[in-house]
Design a protein around this ligand. Structure first.
Ligand code: NAD
Ligand code: USQ
Length: 399
């Protein structure tokens, strides 16, 4: 199949592009490299020394003999989006290319507005280009489990059967997201559902949980293929952060009580889920929703698991419950369905098997690269203001 991987220079996109190329699909990466500029804006860098996109592509050609094409440009530029789709005429489009950090979207008004513009306009441009040029192309869009929020009932896969005043219907599951970033995913989901309904497009909306891990069978083949690893307070997720904190003897920073519960999955399962969705496309006119995660844990439990693994390799760790910089439930019911990808054949990797090799040992290997000043949280939901502190301008606004 011919597939465009939008956001293919990012954490999920890069190993996906390699995995699909290895499986003999024809892959084109589309990315405007803005993620690397957000790092600069925040004074941050990947823990792992990632190479430029060109070096990565050359390294993959060296080790696999397979070429991945690249298109550098912004999906918010409708002419660029249209032109790329027109020239490549893909069978499938995997869409990762959005601003994905909740704290980044909560820095101030400009960052909230930028996140909405970047994510919503890019996706809208894509929908119009698909409709006009390749209406049979399967859009595989990365949404997030955070679209659902923290409801006090079971979370279904996208839709819920409702009985109301003697009538019944199957309706989109209610959404109560917890940041301006998560809200963009909800808005995207509505726009995609509408496009499928009125134009007969086909799409799969993958409500993905928190992804962890650095290694895949492809990235391990050469150090120049290494994936990124975010650990600072804006783009670093709690699990990555706890591993780096353990490696540098910093207390593990649980926000509030730590009962916040999320779905998690290994990056190797992310790439496989994309392939499964691609090989089993949605019907024309259908918006299919899969909850993409394999295990659920509270943040407190994640801290305990990291502590146990760290102790086994002789690291001493301590947990610190910080005043929570986010506004969220710290103890809550959480039971989310996630059977549809398993039904398609997903064979999960489990955190207990990857915690050391794909996370803690990587954190230890590169601990000299850690910037200790970036460990504490820097963004507070309660004080998100019209204008904020030192890093006020989103990279795209400055550029
Ligand atoms: P990332 O920031 O590492 O990668 C995103 C990539 O998209 C970057 O390379 C960036 O340069 C590119 N990009 C952003 N806006 C663009 C635009 N307008 N035009 C072209 N390129 C653009 O993010 P990630 O962790 O790889 O996440 C990928 C997707 O998966 C996101 O949509 C995110 O919301 C979703 N997701 C991620 C996780 C996770 O744990 N990482 C979990 C659930 C969902
Ligand atoms: N948290 C801590 N300590 C930390 C960092 C975070 O306790 O040092 C807590 C947060 O308060 C939150 C939870 O951990 O309750 C998860 O936060 P996170 O930063 O690990 O992940 P999140 O903000 O939810 O976002 C990540 C990705 C995002 C994706 C989402 C999937 O950055 O792109 O959409 O996971 S989900 O969580 O299912 O919405």
């Amino acid at each position: 199949m011919k597939v465009l991987v939008l956001g293919g220079d990012g954490y999920c996109g890069w190993p996906t592009a390699l995995y699909l190329s290895d499986a003999e699909h024809e892959v084109v990466i589309v990315d405007n490299l803005i993620r690397r500029r957000w790092d600069k804006e925040l004074g941050a860098d990947s823990l792992t020394p990632i190479r430029s996109l060109e070096e990565r592509i050359d390294a993959w050609l060296d080790v696999s003999g397979r070429r991945i094409d690249i298109e550098v440009g912004d999906l918010c530029d409708s002419e660029f989006a249209r032109d790329v789709i027109d020239r490549h005429r893909p069978d499938a489009i995997v869409h990762y290319a959005e601003q994905r950090s909740a704290p980044y979207s909560m820095i101030d008004r400009e960052h909230a507005v930028f996140t909405h513009e970047n994510n919503l306009i890019g996706t809208l441009n894509l929908l119009f280009a698909i409709k006009e040029l390749v209406p049979e192309c399967h859009l595989i869009k990365l949404g997030t489990m955070g679209e659902y929020g923290q409801p006090n009932i079971d979370i279904e896969e996208g839709y819920i059967d409702i009985q109301h005043n003697g009538r019944s219907d199957r309706l989109p599951y209610p959404k109560q997201p917890g940041s301006f970033y998560h809200l963009t995913k909800v808005h995207d989901s509505h726009n995609i559902a509408f496009a499928c309904r009125i134009w007969g497009l086909r799409a799969t909306d993958l409500h993905q949980g928190v992804v962890y891990g650095t290694l895949t069978a492809q990235t391990e083949r050469d150090p120049r293929l290494v994936n990124r690893f975010d650990y600072e307070g804006v783009f670093g997720t709690a699990l990555n952060r706890f591993c780096v904190q353990a490696a540098i003897s910093h207390p593990l920073t649980i926000y509030g009580k730590g009962g916040q519960t999320r779905g998690f999955l290994d990056i190797r399962d992310t790439v496989r889920c994309i392939e499964l969705a691609m090989l089993n496309p949605a019907d024309q006119g259908e918006l299919r929703v899969y909850n993409q995660f394999t295990e659920q844990f509270s943040i407190r439990r994640i801290a305990e698991l990291v502590t146990d693994a760290a102790t086994k390799i002789g690291l001493e760790t301590r947990i610190e419950n910080l005043d929570n910089p986010r506004v969220e439930l710290e103890e809550h019911y959480y039971n989310a369905k996630h059977t549809r990808l398993l039904d398609l054949g997903l064979q999960p990797h489990y955190l207990s098997d990857s915690l050391l090799d794909s996370l803690l040992n990587v954190a230890l290997e590169y601990r000299d690269r850690v910037n200790h000043e970036l460990i504490r949280p820097r963004v507070d939901w309660r004080t998100t203001a019209d204008q904020a502190g030192p890093e006020t301008e989103p990279a795209a606004v400055v550029a």
